[in-house]
Design a protein around this ligand. Structure first.
Ligand code: AMP
Length: 521
């Protein structure tokens, strides 16, 4: 099938031709004719499948007739992160080259005044993150009553980031009669429920089974015996031995992004860091430098895991085993793009065995282990047992003799030997490409903290402040850690209504209305 068979206008076909696409991807071939017919779409597709063009191309044609009124966008695309929203807008610019559509990008971290000016002039296409959109709506800067097409992109990511209440609220502000295009890489029950609520008789399209790893990505696992410091040394060794052209290095926490970034820099690597706590201009600039191949290595949090489309990424390193197994798919999907092959390497300490099991279960197959010279892998017997109080004993609790790459593990002794921190083990095993003579400093001395649950940092980035939401929803703050807090809150509520021992329903304070006699007719 070719693009000309899909029913697109000559203007759009010309733009596509100039971009250099020979044929439509499967999702484009399946979705475009139905979008042009005005049907709702339920698309199960990952980024990298050509999903963005599958909705932008037909939207350009649908919106070609008609004019936008001030502050009343004619279509709305919701994306979970600023980066994804920016990427969709770049697609619109590319494919809409010969169309006269106006577009505004509403994301946090950029000038509100500029965005408001654009809205005042009237826009055909509004691309927004949920928090910023609600913010502007509440300031009365935008009316959503004229939206004819709604796109919800990366719905499962919205769910992960706690945006679903915001999305539900936004959809409640839109006209009931509209066309809705709903995309998600995976379809967990909560996403399915949303799709059922938002879509009318949708055409279901699935181009990639949920949670399947990109086939062009060769994956390996490196089991590193020791601690974070050993992992950093192993990472350096791999960066040298793997002949990395361009790599994303994922850490679970912002703090670790900083530590790994500083460590690599100190060892002479050309590297930058990216996470959601950075200012938007700094994020944009860092990404631009990485995309332009000005800098080969980017240490990042999951803010970079979804949707970023940088075809030149040759390697993805999971410096940490991801907390949520699905994130593994999204992380490694940043390589092996546009038909190229890619490498995905995951480093795992014994204490990450549980997370590793979850990834393997999700993949439905094991990841081939790979030795790294000078580093000793661990085996099942090295996996720490849970402490009495449910704390996973970290490798730092083990004696030096059982850690580290250069020495043999002496497993039975580890519970009794005194704790001792050894010097950086693999400094010599993995020579840095450029030694930094000015820094004889030992490896970053920050104590590698025991893993603590933390809100996925991406969840914080577009989270609207509580005060921004008139209905009291807390946007991103409803992410997973909140769920963990929900149990005590529920128990507290139950205690408050039932009474701690079940017989004093209001505790010590019995409200006056309860004491009033009830008249029986
Ligand atoms: P997406 O899944 O929308 O993030 O797209 C992933 C990549 O595929 C982007 O670099 C697009 O430019 C590219 N792409 C989209 N459609 C096509 C196509 N029909 N042929 C070749 N590349 C495409």
């Amino acid at each position: 099938m070719s693009f000309t068979d899909l029913g697109l206008s000559p203007e759009v076909l010309k733009a596509v031709d100039e971009v250099g696409y020979a044929d439509p991807t499967p999702i484009q071939a399946q979705a475009i004719p139905f979008v042009l017919m005005g049907r709702d779409i339920l698309g199960c597709a990952q980024t990298g499948t050509g999903k963005t063009a599958s909705f932008t191309l037909p939207m350009i044609d649908i919106l070609a007739s008609g004019r936008a009124k001030a502050r009343m966008p004619r279509s709305l695309i919701l994306a979970p992160t600023r980066e994804l929203a920016a990427q969709v807008s770049q697609n619109f610019e590319l494919y809409g080259k010969y169309s006269k559509l106006s577009m505004a990008l509403l994301t946090g971290g950029t000038s509100l005044a500029e965005q408001e000016r654009k809205l005042d002039r009237g826009v055909d296409v509004l691309i927004a993150t949920p928090g910023r959109l609600l913010d502007l709506y509440e300031r009365g800067k935008i009316l959503l009553a004229d939206v004819k097409i709604l796109v919800i992109d990366e719905a499962d990511r919205m769910l992960d980031m706690g945006f679903i209440p915001d999305v539900e609220r936004i959809v409640g502000l839109l006209p009931k009669i509209r066309q809705t295009l709903f995309f998600s890489a995976t379809m967990p029950p909560e996403v399915r429920r949303l799709a059922d609520a938002f879509l009318m008789n949708p055409k279901a399209i699935s181009v990639d089974p949920p949670s399947s790893a990109a086939t062009l990505v060769a994956q390996n696992l490196i089991k590193v015996m020791g601690d974070q410091k050993d992992k950093r040394a192993a990472l350096r060794a791999l960066l040298v031995s793997e002949k990395v052209a361009s790599a994303l290095i994922f850490c679970n926490r912002k703090k670790d992004v900083d530590i790994v970034y500083k460590s690599l820099k100190r060892h002479g690597f050309d590297v930058a860091a990216l996470h959601g706590d950075m200012s938007q201009p700094a994020r944009t600039e860092t990404l631009a430098r990485f995309k332009d191949s000005q800098m080969p290595l980017l240490v990042c949090s999951d803010v970079a895991a979804r949707g970023l489309d940088i075809p030149t990424v040759s390697h993805v390193f999971n410096f940490d085993v991801p907390v949520h197994a699905e994130d593994y798919i999204h992380r490694i999907g940043r390589t092996g793009r546009a038909g190229r092959s890619g490498r995905a390497l995951m480093l795992a300490l014994p204490e990450e065995a549980k997370g590793l099991d979850a990834v393997v279960r999700m993949l439905g197959k094991s990841i081939e282990e790979m030795p790294v010279e000078g580093f000793e892998p661990w085996s099942e017997g090295d996996v720490p047992v849970r402490g009495r109080r449910g704390r996973t004993r970290s490798s730092g609790d083990k004696p030096a003799a059982s850690r580290g790459s250069t020495r043999k593990a002496t497993r039975p002794a580890r519970d009794t030997a005194p704790r001792k921190r050894r010097s950086a083990p693999a400094e010599s095993a993995a020579p840095a490409p450029v030694a930094d003579p000015a820094s004889p400093t030992p490896e970053i001395s920050a104590q590698d903290p025991a893993p603590a649950p933390e809100m996925p940092e991406a969840a914080a980035e577009e989270t609207p402040a509580v005060s921004e939401l008139s209905n009291g929803t807390t946007g991103g703050a409803v992410a997973r850690p909140k769920a963990a807090a929900a149990k005590p809150a529920r128990q507290r509520r139950e205690r408050e209504t039932k009474g701690a021992n079940g017989d004093a329903p209001f505790g010590e304070h019995t409200p006056a209305f309860i004491l009033r006699p009830v008249k029986v007719a």
